[in-house]
Design a protein around this ligand. Sequence first.
Ligand code: GLA
Length: 387
Amino acid sequence: MLDKLKIDFKNVFEKEFEDLFFSPGRVNLIGEHTDYNGGHVFPCALSFGTYGVSSKRDDKKIRMYSLNFENIGIVEFDLDNIVYDEKDDWVNYPKGVVKVLKEREYKLDCGLDILVYGNIPNGAGLSSSASLELLMGEICKYYNNLSIDMIEIVKLCQEAENKFIGVNCGIMDQFAIGMGKDKCAILLDCNNLNYRYSQINMDGHSIVIGNTNKRRGLADSKYNERRSECERALQNLQAKLNINSLGELTEEEFEANKNLIENEVDRKRAKHAVYENQRTLKAVKALEENNLALFGQLMVGSHVSLRDDYEVTGKELDTLVSIALKEDGVIGSRMTGAGFGGCTVSIVQDECVGDFIENVSKEYEREIGYAPTFYVANISNGTRKIG
Ligand code: GLA
């Protein structure tokens, strides 16, 4: 595939490529909608992601072409004049990254031709946008010799998504993608960005991602609404409690103070944020003690809470999870990512994976009317130069 990308680069830009970069997608194993609530997440980077083939120019233009959006053609922008433009579509993500880097006074003056190809299913909630942002951050760093570490790039990419794209996402996706490590998930405390890697050794089990094939758009979904509901709940709690985020509360502290939250819906949202954070810590402990059964139960608990208290699942995700849980060899299953469509993640005994995919596909199609898609996940390293 890399050879084909190099040829495509030559066909599109009529010159030879110089460098190759890769930025993964991510899947979150547990800890959903906790990142912007100052809680923990437990994601890993995937072996599928976004490739970037690039070469320098002698002016200050960035020209980009995606094999995933060939109809859009080459999109060009000037390093000294970066404005959001709806018709530039996917290129607004890399533009946002350049803009934020420049605002932070990083000196960017190297024009570039960049061909992009992503094999992350688009709009499936596996973070194709954050993958592209980190890819651009790494490319800018390389060609402009920026002295910037990966965590800083991660933060700036999140800022680009928040301010330039207008999606109020937390830091999980960018962090998982930038800091991913082969065969490991990352336990990240989003309150202070303390993190550690945890070896994923599932002893005879695979991580299977199931795409509902119901597309979700983060920007127009109810994502930002959930954030506001949690912020309101936090403000109510702060009337009595000296806390900066919901992630600081234990379940007991929440139960003892939940009546401070005026609105019943806000109370349910906050309950999810607090319980999911604690569940994530329990799940990581279970996994590290090789208690896969408990890890699976906690995954199911996470899904139920996202369904009933946070209300971000929907018919497709609920159907895919409930069918999955009826299959032999399934340890746990839940939605992953923002929700409202997108993907599930399941832990399945290796020898059952074939039947699992076949049976769940049939049953889901019977109930929903179209088929899901499955991928057995391989955990990979974070964004990097590969050639
Ligand atoms: C999206 C956001 C993340 C996180 C998840 C939910 O993927 O980009 O920051 O909030 O939803 O856990």
